[in-house]
Ligand binder design. Structure first.
Ligand code: TMP
Length: 212
């Protein structure tokens, strides 16, 4: 049976608890006979993973940060995401461009018009702007996320930011979701892991992306 490619991204502030659900969803799609490409941003290709390492650990100005993230995204789209979608696979991507608007735009205060320009260049396809079909947003109070993250691991340049930074990032996600409500599935990530998982399955089944 042939399928149309499906592109799902997963977003939320650090500590919102995306990872286990992304793995669970990969299993759920595979159990329904779909081929799944599980990937992440920044990263997903050898070059983009090198850029990820720089972005997460080296000091740089906001424009350099945005350019490196979009350079990584370009390589990732060309070598992983677009080919997988063309093969009819389900692409599950841990973060995509909404993270850039939320972290670099709202969090760092970088010019949103410049980000829009970069988005248009990097995600251009012959059929228009490449965007996820669905974006699952794990919404969590930044104070709760901070408690979850405390002492979890050595923080990177983003995880080391204060709660006020994540309040702005959250606001950035809310603005992106408000601008494109059809694409976003919002989950209350303050609930137990099991309850969040049930919300996720229900929403994807209800919208026809996953079979019951
Ligand atoms: P991760 O820890 O969820 O893998 O994400 C890596 C970090 O990179 C996370 O703190 C968010 C940040 N990030 C941005 O600042 N901009 C972006 O465009 C992306 C994709 C991630």
């Amino acid at each position: 049976m042939t399928h149309t490619g499906l592109f799902i991204s997963f977003e939320g502030i650090d500590g919102a608890g995306k990872s286990t659900h992304i793995d669970g969803l990969a299993q759920a799609f595979k159990a329904q006979g779909r081929h799944v490409t599980l990937t992440r941003e920044p990263g997903g290709t050898p070059l983009a993973e090198k850029l990820r390492d720089l972005v997460l650990h080296d000091a740089m100005d906001p424009l350099t940060e945005a350019l490196l993230i979009f350079a990584a995204r370009r390589d990732h789209l060309q070598h992983v995401i677009e080919p997988a979608l063309a093969r009819g696979e389900v692409v599950l991507c841990d973060r995509f461009t909404d993270a850039t608007f939320a972290y670099q735009g709202s969090g760092r205060g970088f010019d949103l018009a410049v980000l829009q320009q970069l988005e248009a260049w990097v995600q251009h396809t012959p059929n228009g702007l490449r965007q996820p079909d669905v974006t699952v947003w794990f919404e969590l109070d930044p104070q709760v996320a901070a408690v979850r993250l405390a002492g979890a691991r050595v923080p990177d340049r983003f995880e080391a930011q204060p709660v006020t930074f994540f309040e702005k990032v959250s606001q950035g996600y809310a603005e992106r979701a408000g601008a494109d409500p059809q694409r976003f599935v919002r989950l209350d990530a303050a609930q137990t892991r099991e309850a969040v998982w049930q919300q996720l399955l229900e929403q994807l089944v209800q919208q026809g992306w996953l079979n019951p």
